[in-house]
Ligand binder design. Structure first.
Ligand code: MRU
Length: 342
C-alpha cells in the first residue's frame, strides 16, 4: 500500500493528493512552512493524516530552530501549523501532543529535546496505523454480509498514516470474507471519493462503484445498501459529527431508509471540550474549487458561491461511533466519555 507520508532524512515526504489519480507524485517538505502549505493546499488531507503531518512539521521545525531563540521559534512553528485548517481537531491534538513532550523535557539539552520531538512524531505515525487497524477490527463485524457499503469523501489510507478509518472498517470486513462491495460518493467539490477512495479501493481489488453525490438517496432507498460508514473531522461530546460536506444529507437519507449510519474515527477526533456540534468551526474553502474542475470553468465568470468544507451531522442520525477502543452507542454523551477515559 502506498505511503501517505513518511519521515525521511530529506524531510517529510507526502504523496500529492491533489494530483491523484492522474499521477502518483511525491512532495518533500523540507521545512515546517512546507508542511503548513501542504496541509493548507490539501496535498495532504484527512483528519488523522493532518494530525500526523502536524506532529512531523513540529519536529522538522524544531530540528531547524536555532539554540538562541528555540522557545520563540517553537511557539511560531506550532502557531503556523495550527493556523492551516480549522475543523479537524486532530491537527490541534497533534500539535498539543508535541507541546506536552517539549514541556516534559524542559531544561534538558536542546539536542535531546530535538531527538525527543522527532521520536514523538514517529510514534504518532506508528500509533495511527495501529489505531486504524483496531478501528477496523471493531467495525468490521458491524458491516452486513452480501450488501453494499456506502461511504462519503475519503477516510482511507490516504486520510491517515495508513489503512484508514471508514475504509479500515471496509477493509477489515472484506478481509474477513464478507461479500461486500462499495459505493463511493464522488464528493464534490474536491472529489475525494472519485479520486482518492476509488483509487485506494481499486488498488486493493475491493469491488467499488463511484456514484455522484446526488445519487445517494436513490440507492439508499432501493435496499441494496447495508450500511453507511464515514470518517469524522471532529466529534463533539454529544456525538454530533463534523465530516466532509454532504455527510449530513447522507445521514438523514440513511435514517429515513432504515440504513445504519456508522462513523469511524480515532479517540483523537473526539473534542469533549465541546458540548454540541454547533460549536465546531467550519472551514470555508476558496470559491475556485466550486466554479472550476481541474482548472476548467464550470460556472459563469464572476459567479458567487458558497464552499463550506464540512457539515455537522446531529447525533440522532448516528447509529454508532467506531473507535480503536470499542464502539460507542447512544446516548453518546455517556458512551464517548466512557471510551475516552478507558
Ligand atoms: O477536506 P478533507 O479532505 O481533509 O476532509 C476529509 C474528511 O472529511 C474525512 O472524512 C475525515 O477527515 C476523516 S479521514 C479518516
Amino acid at each position: 500500500m502506498v505511503k501517505t507520508l513518511e519521515w525521511t532524512p530529506a524531510g517529510v515526504v507526502m504523496i500529492d493528493q491533489t494530483k491523484l489519480p492522474r499521477t502518483v507524485e511525491f512532495v518533500t517538505c523540507h521545512t515546517y512552512q512546507d508542511v503548513a502549505t501542504a496541509i493548507k493546499d490539501m496535498i495532504i488531507r484527512g483528519a488523522p493524516a493532518i494530525g500526523v503531518a502536524a506532529a512531523m512539521g513540529v519536529a522538522l521545525g524544531a530540528l531547524a530552530a536555532s539554540d538562541e531563540s528555540f522557545e520563540d521559534e517553537f511557539a511560531t512553528i506550532c502557531a503556523t501549523l495550527g493556523a492551516t485548517r480549522p475543523t479537524a481537531v486532530n491537527l490541534f491534538w497533534g500539535i498539543e501532543r508535541m507541546k506536552r513532550v517539549r514541556a516534559g523535557v524542559a531544561g534538558q539539552p536542546l539536542s535531546d529535546v530535538r531527538a525527543r520531538l522527532v521520536a514523538e512524531a514517529l510514534a504518532v505515525y506508528e500509533e495511527d496505523i495501529a489505531i486504524n487497524q483496531s478501528i477496523g477490527a471493531h467495525g468490521g463485524p458491524l458491516v452486513p454480509d452480501g450488501k453494499t457499503v456506502l461511504t462519503h469523501c475519503n477516510a482511507g489510507a490516504l486520510a491517515t498514516a495508513g489503512y484508514g478509518t471508514a475504509l479500515g472498517v471496509i477493509r477489515s470486513a472484506y478481509a474477513s470474507g464478507k461479500k461486500i462491495d462499495v459505493y463511493a460518493d464522488e464528493t464534490r467539490p474536491f472529489l475525494q471519493g472519485a479520486r482518492l477512495t476509488a483509487w485506494e479501493l481499486q488498488q486493493d481489488n475491493i469491488p467499488t462503484k463511484i456514484i455522484t453525490d446526488n445519487m445517494a438517496g436513490h440507492f439508499l432507498k432501493d435496499g441494496r445498501i447495508g450500511c453507511v460508514v464515514v470518517g469524522a473531522d471532529r466529534i463533539a461530546g454529544n456525538g454530533d459529527v463534523a465530516n466532509k460536506i454532504g455527510t449530513y444529507s447522507v445521514a438523514v437519507l440513511a435514517k429515513e431508509n432504515g440504513v445504519p449510519f456508522y462513523v469511524a474515527a480515532p479517540i483523537s477526533t473526539l473534542d469533549l471540550t465541546l458540548t454540541s456540534g454547533t460549536q465546531i468551526p467550519i472551514e470555508q474553502r476558496p470559491s475556485l474549487e466550486v466554479t472550476h474542475v481541474f482548472g476548467v470553468p464550470v460556472a459563469p465568470e464572476g459567479m458567487e458561491v458558497e464552499n463550506p468544507a464540512f457539515d455537522v451531522t446531529p447525533a440522532r442520525y448516528v447509529t454508532a461511533i467506531i473507535t480503536e477502543r470499542g464502539v460507542a452507542y447512544p446516548p453518546f454523551t455517556e458512551s464517548l466519555k466512557k471510551l475516552a477515559a478507558s
